[in-house]
Design a protein around this ligand. Sequence first.
Ligand code: GRF
Length: 207
Amino acid sequence: MLKARLAVLVSGGGTNLQALIDAAAKGEITSAEIDLVISSKEGVFALERAQKAGIPSLVIAKKSCASQEAFEEKIQAALEDNRIDFIVLAGFMSILSENFVAKWPKRIINIHPSLIPAFCGEGYYGLRVHEAALEKGVKITGATVHFVNEIPDGGEIILQKSVTIRKNDTAETLQRRVMEQAEWKLLPRATQLVAKRILKEGKACDK
Ligand code: GRF
C-alpha cells in the first residue's frame, strides 16, 4: 500500500515520537511511514527511540549552524534527500522561519500542549505552558495539533482534546496528564488524517 513519507523533528525525550511509532505498529497509522527522525540536539532520548524502532535518524544541531538559515538549509536538504512528503514537529524546540514553512504549505504539523488560542505563541513551550494555565486558574486545558505557518502556534487547527485540571496539579503532573490523555492520542490521529489527504493530493515525488 502506498504511504506518505514522514519525517519527525524532535529535540528531547520523544514521547510523542514514541506514540507515532507505537500507533504505526498497531496499524493505527496506515497512510504514512516514518522514514526519518531529525533531532536539533545531540544525545536526546528521542534518538534512541528512533534507533530501537529501526528508523534512520540524524542530528542537525542548531548550535553548530552559523545561522537559522544554515540550520534550515541542512534540514531541507535532508528532507529532500529522503523524499519526505510531510513533517511532524514532536517536541521540536525551534521556531521555523517563514521562508522554510512557505516551502511546506499544510505539510508541517505541530503538537502544542494547550487548547490554542490559550497559552500559545512565542515563549510558551515545555512546562511554561502548564505553569501559565495553573497561574491563570483555568479548569480545563488540553492539547492541539495544528498546521504550521509563519505565526508561532498560529496555523489551522486539525484536532484538539481537553483535559481537566485537578486541584492539586503541579505543572509536572499536568504536563504528564496532558501527554497521556491528549497528546499521545491526538498526534497519531492527526498524522493519519494528514497523510490520507496527502496521498489523495499526490505525493511530492510524483509531481
Ligand atoms: C510535548 O509536551 C509537546 O507538546 C511539546 O513538547 C513536549 C515534547 O515532549 N511541544 P516529547 O519530546 O514528545 O516527549
